[in-house]
Design a protein around this ligand. Structure first.
Ligand code: DPP
Ligand code: ZN
Length: 890
């Protein structure tokens, strides 16, 4: 496979300014007629060859300005060696494709009896020949023709111009999108759908039609998605002054979809998972996921669609920024400061669980990568989540108003263009002259260029007599593929000083400053090492650094338990309170790791501190839930970094959970009982927090009961499972039984399946719960997963189902997956190969379960390497999977 490099970017020799597409839709053979207005690039020689992308198409004819023109097909390209030598001409192409054979779900495919498209990143070339690259922006007019009974709804981007019946039971619809767009934003849908509609009036008085299209029978599950869409439209107008620019905005749900959703202009296509929800079938997490994905795709309308990427190396230009925007939206929707902190904690947990390992492994790449073989492999946590952290740091450095001014300038300069990450950073900096961002833009941009998680070391010392506190910060970075040496970047360290004696926030005055500037400030680190001296520090302080996780780094601040206990109890920053609790738990696990002894009994100080948090009535339940949740096994493994023994980590963490379950038993009983929601179900942050804490308490109570042979709590959990009025509580109770390996788990699972048979999204949960179930001491997780693959409801062809079972097991169940007999790895290799023949994108995602094989201890390491090598040696491999396994072996 060829490697594409960022430095090789060149503008195309031709632009395509307008596209007229006509589709005669048929599952076996769809005919696509395309009429393109082609314009020669000012810098290109007259008559330069025109090279179009195409993939898996059958070409029927090709005319230039109405005349036949000679062409050749060369490795997926359509080359017209002698196009007309005028500055602009018309190219007419006719080709066919086979939607029903398209199991890759890229391009035009069928799902549930309808037609759907997915064109990002390079799917449009699987529909017709085109300059399928994001810097080529054209105006699209699309005519769809199809059987009217089977496909009563015909949709494409933009506005509906015309609709009519045709002979032979067919009908047509013609759509026009006035905004020039890259091909990856093209979409069509032809299916038997119903829709929820809502008319809204924007702030500027304009009317818009919002629609959510779903399969018959799903209409009652669309209210939440519609509400999220309405809220997103209002939020983008209020917060960023960005209005909806189309008369009509459509969302369509489809059951077979590789990603979460896709921001096609005016016609967002969504995985059903991020549209459909009712209290009976979706959990609070599902509701929150829908709200954030609907918002994310909607926000792309400006950050992605109006201003798009010059090339795919700039993917984070739209994704990092849009994730930042959807995170801010969710925080604003959640309301209280505490609810915002809980969302921030979730985001950081996710970053550490997925992005940190990525950045430490063979697929490590900068937020703006330098090269790739298969772009689909670069829709990563680094581009998305670390990219969002980079935007968040800019916002921290220039402030809320400064960031808004930067966004305004970005749109003033670049609306309608395809641009780069540099253009974005420049606009934010230029709008904020004199800011730390503007004065150190070069340092800051290292965040786009360097891979790996930087390490921040902090050491402080307090001089009681002089009342001075000196804080030395050092930054460094470990080598990553292709980047042996790292340069210092710009690290914004939001911080405060907390009095060690009573936890009060101390005023901050740096040496040389006239007066204190409050109790919280940002230290800007740009050198490898810098020392900050605080004066008039009236008491010995505990430094609270990197508040709100102000930079995506690992922090070594050398704080001992006593200091962490102060922060857990008193820090004014909720994120750092949580972090202190996590570190206390992590410390106990890490201390016990060497050797093979059991976890020693937990100390009173730690237990008391957790108990105090749980019982503190000034804290929100959602925050308590976060503090009481232990760091994940994956995160512990990342902190350990090398010679990782997944079984040992699992065992110690289970013992820690067991001790917490038993030592805090009365507190868990109280927490369970005190957090029952009495009013009707609402998927809001306040209710969700109560349910989360009650469900965690139930889980601990069942765990403790099963360990001690008591049957009361398992019985109560089963009862709750049966009687629950919503999916969050039902699934919480079911998970508690499965997690504790209660004998009631099996009957509950069977009952759950019977209750929700045919509801695909719920059945996905049923598969996933079993795939991620706690491994019994006797083993058996793998056997269960193999048996589930034979279940009548299982299919590798449906991405949600395949992910629920296979990624659930290989990526989210370390103890069951990392077997000493290597059977987990053999299973992984077989499934990657099997899936690769159907859907390479999905196979490549599963392949990444082995990214961190080098960090494993023996015997896992050798066995894992062997499995990766076996996949790499397979005779027929997609570019997608090949890139992943080749890099893993490098
Ligand atoms: N659909 C993906 C997203 O919105 C890719 N653009 O992030
Ligand atoms: Zn996106």
């Amino acid at each position: 496979a060829t490697v594409i490099r960022r430095e090789d970017y060149a503008a195309p020799a031709y632009w395509i300014r307008s596209v007229e597409l006509t589709f005669d839709l048929d599952p076996a053979k769809t005919i696509v007629a395309s009429r393109l207005t082609v314009e020669r690039h000012a810098d290109a020689a007259p008559g330069a060859p025109l090279v179009l992308h195409g993939d898996g198409l059958v070409l029927l004819r090709c005319l230039a300005d109405g005349e036949s023109v000679s062409f050749r097909q060369d490795d997926g390209l359509l080359v017209i060696d002698n196009p007309p030598d005028q500055p602009s001409f018309t190219l007419e192409i006719r080709n066919t494709c086979a939607p029903e054979k398209n199991t890759q779900l890229s391009g035009l495919y069928t799902s549930g009896g309808g037609f759907f498209t997915q064109c990002e990143a390079e799917g449009f070339r699987r529909i017709t020949y085109f300059l399928d690259r994001p810097d080529v922006m054209a105006v699209y007019t699309v005519t769809l023709r199809a059987d009217k009974a089977k496909y009563p709804v015909l949709l494409s981007n933009g506005n509906l111009l015309e609709q009519a019946d045709l002979p032979n039971g067919r009908h047509m619809a013609k759509w026009h999108d006035p905004f020039p767009k890259p091909s990856y934003l093209f979409a069509l849908v032809a299916a038997d759908l119903v829709c929820r509609e809502q008319r809204i009036t924007a702030r500027n008085g304009k009317e818009h039609l919002l629609q959510v299209h779903v399969r018959r029978g799903d209409l009652d599950k669309t209210e939440h998605a519609m509400n999220a869409l309405i809220a997103s439209v209002a939020w983008d107008e209020a917060r960023f002054g960005l209005p909806l620019d189309l008369e009509r905005f459509m969302v369509v749900a489809v059951g077979d979809f590789n990603m979460g959703a896709m921001e096609n202009k005016g016609l967002n296509i969504f995985n059903t998972k991020y549209v459909l929800a009712s209290p009976a079938t979706a959990t609070d997490d599902d509701f929150a996921g829908i709200e954030s994905v609907v918002a994310h795709e909607y926000f792309h309308n400006w950050t992605g669609n109006r201003i798009t990427c010059r090339d795919w190396f700039q993917l984070s230009l739209k994704e990092g920024l849009t994730v930042y925007r959807d995170q801010e939206f969710s925080m604003d929707m959640a309301g209280s400061a505490s609810a915002r902190a809980v969302l921030r904690i979730d985001a950081v947990r996710n970053l550490r669980a997925v992005q940190f390992p990525e950045d430490a492994g063979p697929m490590a790449h900068p937020v703006r990568p330098d090269s790739y073989s298969e772009i689909n492999n670069f829709y990563t946590a680094t581009v998305y989540e670390k990219g969002a952290e980079v935007v968040r740091m800019m916002a921290t450095l220039v402030g809320r108003a400064g960031f808004r001014a930067g966004m305004d300038l970005y749109f003033q300069r670049h609306d309608g263009q395809a641009v780069t990450c540099d253009d974005f950073a420049q606009a934010i900096a230029d709008a904020n002259p004199g800011s730390a961002l503007a004065s150190h833009l070069g340092h800051f941009k290292q965040w786009y260029a360097q891979a790996g998680t930087p390490r921040l070391q902090a050491r402080g010392s307090y001089n009681e007599a002089a009342r001075r506190y000196t804080l030395t910060l050092r930054q460094s970075g470990a080598p990553s593929p292709g980047q042996p040496e790292k340069q210092p970047g710009l690290v914004p360290v939001l911080m405060g000083l907390v009095a060690a004696d009573d936890g009060r926030a101390l005023p901050l005055k740096l040496e040389g400053e006239a007066q204190a500037t409050g109790t919280e400030r940002v230290l800007v680190l740009t050198e490898a090492e810098q020392t900050f001296t605080f004066v008039n520090v009236e008491a010995p302080p505990v430094p609270s650094l990197l508040r709100g996780f102000s930079a995506p780094v690992t922090l070594d601040d050398g704080l001992d338990d006593a200091a962490l206990l102060v922060l857990l109890q008193h820090d004014a920053d909720a994120f750092n309170r949580w972090e202190a609790g996590q570190r206390l738990s992590l410390g106990r696990l890490l201390a016990a790791l060497p050797g093979d002894a059991d976890l020693p009994p937990l100390d009173d100080a730690y237990l008391q501190a957790l108990r105090r948090v749980l019982r503190d009535d000034t804290l929100d339940p959602a925050f308590k839930d976060q503090v009481l949740q232990l760091p994940s096994e994956v995160y512990v493994a990342e902190v350990v970094g090398s010679e990782v023994n997944p079984q040992r980590i699992h065992r110690l963490r289970e013992q820690l959970r067991g001790q917490l379950a038993s030592a805090l038993r009365d507190d868990w009983v109280w927490a369970f009982e005190a957090h029952q929601v009495r009013e009707g179900y609402r998927p809001n942050a306040a209710q969700a927090g109560q349910r989360a804490l009650a469900n965690q308490a139930l889980r601990m109570l069942v765990l403790d009961a099963v360990a001690s042979g008591d049957t009361v709590w398992p019985g109560r959990a089963y009862q709750r499972f049966k009687d629950a009025g919503n999916m969050t509580d039902r699934f919480g109770a079911l998970s508690a039984l499965v997690d504790a390996q209660s004998p009631l788990a099996e009957p509950a699972l069977a009952r759950f399946h019977a209750l929700f048979a045919g509801d695909d999204l719920v059945i996905d949960k049923w598969f996933n719960l079993q795939a991620t179930a706690n491994e019994p001491a006797s083993g058996g997780g793998l056997q269960r997963v193999k048996a589930l693959m034979q279940h009548a409801d299982f299919s590798l062809k449906n991405p949600n189902r395949a992910r629920a079972l296979l990624s659930g097991f290989c990526r989210d169940n370390p103890a069951a997956f990392h077997r000493t007999d290597a059977a987990g790895y053999v299973f992984w290799a077989d499934r990657v190969l099997e899936l690769d023949a159907i859907n390479p994108q999905l196979a490549a995602r599963l392949a990444r379960a082995m990214d961190r094989w080098r960090a494993l201890a023996e015997p896992w390491r050798s066995a894992a390497r062997e499995a990766v090598a076996r996949v790499a040696a397979a005779p027929r491999l997609s570019d997608d999977v090949r890139e992943i396994v080749t890099k893993a072996l490098d």
